[in-house]
Ligand binder design. Structure first.
Ligand SMILES: [Zn+2]
Ligand SMILES: [Zn+2]
Length: 375
């Protein structure tokens, strides 16, 4: 199987098995039930990562990648190669594209002339968005990735999928939402979120609210961790060389990024950061000052606390790299985008729309936003 589809792998930074599939390491044993769920144990680093049903994941991911590629035309829907050439026109004057690797010819549904410029840094944050399902106020798990410097949206995923998906990939709401973290001190908040990860049935099993589709609706609501892995696989095909990732504090975002760019991280050529922010003054150009370092959670990760007037941020380097970089890292691009989203009535009325429709509306709004940004 292509490494593109690897999901069961050691996800520890610094481990020689990082990103290697099950068949490629003698250090692996599975399934291991020591933590109460089926896990992959890596003897080299001692980690236990939740196991996925690989066949179900592969089936869904290939449908997902194919649909993205057929829609946009940035890479080949068959072999995912990025090298494509324009290949004449259809009778309706729509552009056809050919893959230079496997010679597949197809017509992208959305005809875009502009190539996306590879970002230096990708910023990724989740957002919970209401939709109309079997009853009112059902919730979608949405993930946004933005170019941190240009501010444009690179990719949006929701955990609604129109594709067939195996039972183990589906989200099951158990009725207990993770409590919202009170607006207490930012350092406490990091600590409490780390505690929430441990209270889950497994680290990647977030319970974010009810998400039942309308009766007889087409499609499936996926476990957020599956949608997140699919999200970063698309970005990894588009931008295999991006070196810096900034993500919200969520352990399965870390796992998905480190898996998708495992080759770069194994060679210590990438940087991955958790960032938490408390922004009280949006327009502030005082430089950030480093205050102190604290350790948090099961993994005893090192977090730096920075201040800027009334603003505070916490930064956690997950893959080494230059620690002083924290000064310039932020979640500013996504904050601006989300602020803009909440001013769009199409978005604020999402609770009246189906999950599939909300997904389309988000994609269309991201398109409008990018137009506005580049103009
Ligand atoms: Zn390992
Ligand atoms: Zn191809």
């Amino acid at each position: 199987m292509l490494t593109l589809f690897t999901i069961n792998t050691c996800k520890s930074f610094g481990c020689r098995n990082l990103g290697l599939p099950l068949s490629a390491s003698i250090d692996y044993s599975w399934p291991d039930y020591r933590l109460g769920f089926p896990a992959l144990h890596c003897r080299a680093c001692g980690s236990y990562t939740p196991l996925f049903d690989e066949q179900q994941y592969n089936e869904w991911l290939s449908a997902h990648l194919k649909a993205y590629a057929s829609e946009k035309g940035y890479f080949c829907p068959e072999c995912y190669n990025l090298k494509t050439i324009c290949y004449g026109y259809n009778p309706q004057r729509t552009q056809r594209v050919q893959c230079r690797a496997c010679r597949k010819v197809w017509t992208p549904k959305r005809q875009t002339k502009s190539k996306i410029v590879p970002p230096e840094r990708i910023e990724t944050v989740p957002l919970i968005v209401p939709f109309q399902g079997s009853s009112a106020e059902q919730k979608l798990y949405v993930l946004f990735s933005l170019d941190a410097d240009r501010g444009t949206v690179l990719h949006i995923s929701t955990n609604f999928t129109p594709h067939a998906s195996g039972e183990t990939l589906r989200y099951h709401w158990c009725g207990n939402i993770e409590p919202d973290l009170p607006h207490s001190d930012i350092v406490n908040r990091v600590d409490m979120r780390e505690m929430q990860f441990l209270q889950r049935s497994q680290f990647d099993e977030i319970q974010y609210g009810s998400a039942a589709l309308k009766r007889n609706a087409r499609g499936v609501i996926l476990r957020p961790v599956i949608a997140v892995h699919g999200h970063f696989r698309v970005l990894n095909i588009l931008f295999p060389q991006v070196k810096t990732h900034v993500i919200s504090h969520e352990c399965f975002l870390r796992g998905a990024v480190i898996t998708a760019w495992a080759d770069l991280f194994r060679q210590r050529e990438g940087e991955l950061w958790f960032i938490e922010e408390e922004i009280n003054e949006a327009e502030n150009d005082i430089p950030w000052t480093f205050l102190r370092t604290t350790q948090h959670g099961w993994w005893q990760s090192q977090w730096q606390l920075w201040v800027q007037g009334k603003n505070r941020k916490m930064a956690c380097p997950l893959t080494g790299g230059d620690r002083s970089n924290a000064k310039i890292l932020s979640l500013t691009a996504s904050r601006y985008f989300i602020h803009w989203l909440y001013k769009q009535t199409k978005f604020t009325h999402s609770a009246k729309l189906s999950a599939g429709r909300v997904t389309q509306v988000l994609l269309a709004l991201a398109h409008d936003y990018n137009d506005k940004m580049t103009r």
